[in-house]
Ligand binder design. Structure first.
Ligand code: PGA
Length: 258
């Protein structure tokens, strides 16, 4: 078992295809005064259209948030109508991007190979890749969770150097827990996180330091017990990140209890 020392917690809101520019600005202005003494680094993966305005708002008002994208194209540039490049989202003010979220993998057929290309492009533009992995219900019921996770980690992170791996954030999001209200039990999630950490530590010198977030039906009610687990370094929050009051409870709760 790899021993760990928890760094600062990373809590990311994933807004998916919710919030216009105005709604996003209102949200951050509403949330900022509600942050108490959070020990977490707080970030938001926002719709492309809102990246520029939100990162500007955050800088201007010295808000303790960082802004990122939810996806990037798998090519640097070119005739790819409707796509957005790593360079574009970086110039717009993103510090990071989600890559390989299960909605991308399942609805848009993204493979580990494609995810790997995107990770390398993100890194080349100075964006921290937040790489999502996780098994489906079927895979879990067939006892294949660890095989699936191992394959996703190997395929997605293939060819990364030690220095590159130190910029990656991993998010374990069991597909069956996303948006379903079914959260993984804290201990079960922790076991998968420990497995991921061992794999990362085996392959890269800096692998054991890669922060691993949990995602899937996180709420103010379950956040604290998840964060109390030794291998859970943060949370990737979908639905519960859409209301400032609810998200503030997740952030403030961990600040005073973990
Ligand atoms: P959820 O989404 O919190 O609504 O389950 C998590 C995610 O998709 O990242």
């Amino acid at each position: 078992m790899v021993d760990i020392k928890k760094g600062p917690l990373l809590i990311t809101g994933n807004w998916k295809m919710f919030k216009t520019i105005k709604e996003g600005c209102d949200f951050l202005q509403n949330l900022a005064p509600q942050i108490q003494r959070s020990q977490a680094a707080i970030s938001f993966a926002v719709p492309f259209t809102a990246i520029f305005s939100l990162s500007d708002l955050v800088k201007e008002n010295k808000m303790p948030f960082s802004i990122g994208a939810q996806n990037i194209a798998s090519e640097k540039e070119g005739p790819f109508t409707g796509e957005i490049s790593a360079r574009m989202v970086s110039e717009a003010g993103s510090n990071f991007t989600l890559i390989g979220h299960s909605e991308r993998r399942w609805l848009f057929h993204e493979t580990d190979e494609l995810v790997n290309k995107k990770i390398k492009l993100a890194l080349s533009e100075g964006l921290a890749p937040h790489v999502c992995i996780g098994e489906t219900l079927d895979e879990r019921e067939q006892g294949k969770t660890k095989n699936v996770i191992e394959k996703q980690i190997e395929g997605s992170l293939q060819g990364l150097t030690d220095e590159e791996i130190s910029k990656v954030v991993l998010a374990y999001e069991p597909v069956w827990a996303i948006g379903t209200g079914k959260v993984a039990k804290s201990e079960e999630a922790n076991e998968v996180h420990a497995f991921c950490r061992e794999l990362l530590a085996k392959k890269w010198k800096s692998g054991k330091g890669v922060p691993i977030q949990y995602g899937g039906s996180v709420t103010p009610e379950n956040a604290n017990s998840l964060l109390a687990q030794p291998h859970i370094d943060g949370l990737l929050v979908g639905g519960a990140s859409l209301k400032a009051d609810t998200f503030a409870q997740i952030i403030n709760f961990q600040g005073s209890n973990v």
